[in-house]
Write a protein of this length. Structure first.
Length: 376
């Protein structure tokens, strides 16, 4: 074996050892599950203020129907509309206008839809609550369309009662908005606002018989689902939502974002191998976009997910000004064409270090090869 060949092999062994050491030393960022849908919160309409008492605390929460939009480059999937109309299920979790939120789409038969454990008891309780939600839609959802000014906040209050009430006794009318672990906080039931009286009428009529939902032709082919909030890139979890979707909704074979199948999700800066390039595959650094549900890579969007402002208690609040942080976005109609992904501040990404090592090894190999040819 020539001296030149032995020298080259020594260079590559040294580089490989250095790569191994750096790969072990550099932190590998954890990746949360890719969301099923990514939506922008637009506004709350038909707003009323509801006094509530839950978890031992008193508060006032705006009640009404909420409206989200898909990102401009996204094609709606999972059976959801282009601008889903939803009702909040977590009154104590904040939501901000113009903010992008990732969600998982969870059927109501799944205990996660009601924050319950996946046990026999959790599944049984989820089944009872799912039937109550379907009955609520079957009986009164049309009211929120025909008379939204009063019915929408009443429907919202009833949704909160079903999802958050922990006392669910047996019987034909298990719910009451003025008793239990979640309640409307008014001293005199007779003097409460009209929408609260209507909400009490809604919940007191529920028995868990959801046959009226299946018989309602206006809801044919639709089903209510829970949008479970997932952490953003900065660890903020979105407020859970209740939405209607087409019953056959699913990830599909197409792209949630422009590309060849499957929505892409904003991840940490990539390192070595798949997930390192903007299209979900490649060698070395770059933004760590990775594919989501539906298969195949898609074109990623810039990392606009951000931390919610501190100190805002009333949510969701249509009167909140748009946020000025990177997660604030203008209304979709005013948005410019999507820009290509950019690299945001990230200290010493592994991909850049490995790329520099590769370039150094190649330079050393070429220099030594030139010297060997000259010596020969």
């Amino acid at each position: 074996m020539s001296v030149c060949l032995r020298a080259r092999r020594g260079v590559f062994r040294s580089a490989a050892s250095l790569v191994g050491v750096l790969s072990a030393a550099l932190p590998v960022p954890a990746r949360d599950p890719a969301p099923d849908v990514v939506l922008v919160y637009r506004e709350l309409t038909n707003r009323e203020e509801l006094k509530i008492k839950t978890a031992g605390a008193e508060s006032v929460r705006p009640a009404g129907d909420m409206h989200f939009d898909w990102l401009p480059v996204a094609r709606p999937t999972f059976g959801l509309d282009r601008s889903p109309r939803t009702f909040c299920v977590e009154p104590l979790v904040p939501t901000y206008q113009g903010t992008v939120y990732p969600f998982a789409v969870v059927p109501l038969t799944d205990p996660r839809a009601f924050g319950l454990p996946d046990t026999e008891e959790g599944r049984a309780t989820a089944g009872r609550k799912a039937a109550l939600v379907r009955e609520l839609y079957g009986r009164y959802y049309q009211d929120t369309i025909d008379n939204p000014r009063v019915a929408a906040p009443a429907f919202q209050a009833a949704v909160w009662e079903v999802f958050n009430e922990q006392e669910l006794p047996d019987g034909p009318a298990p719910l009451d908005l003025f008793t239990g672990t979640f309640r409307a906080n008014y001293p005199d039931e007779a003097g409460v606002p009209g929408f609260v009286q209507l909400a009490q009428k809604y919940v007191r009529s529920l028995s868990g018989d959801d046959a009226i939902y299946r018989e309602n032709i206006a809801l044919a082919g639709l089903e209510p689902v829970r949008l479970v909030g997932l952490p953003t890139a900065e660890g903020v979890v979105a407020q859970g939502q209740l939405a209607l979707r087409t019953a056959a909704g699913g990830p599909g074979g197409g792209s949630g974002l422009i590309g060849a199948g499957g929505a892409s999700w904003v991840g940490p800066v990539g390192g070595f191998g798949f997930g390192g390039a903007p299209f979900g595959m490649g060698f070395g650094g770059g933004p760590g976009w990775f594919p989501g549900a539906g298969g195949g890579p898609g074109v990623a969007v810039p990392p606009v997910f951000g931390t919610a402002p501190v100190g805002v208690a009333d949510t969701p609040d249509v009167n909140l000004p748009p946020r000025t942080s990177p997660s604030a976005m203008p209304p979709p109609s005013a948005m410019p064409p999507p820009a290509p992904p950019t690299v945001h501040e990230t200290p010493a990404p592994a991909g850049w270090v490995l790329g520099a090592i590769g370039a150094a090894v190649l330079a050393v190999w070429r220099v030594r090869g030139t010297k060997d040819r000259r010596a020969g």
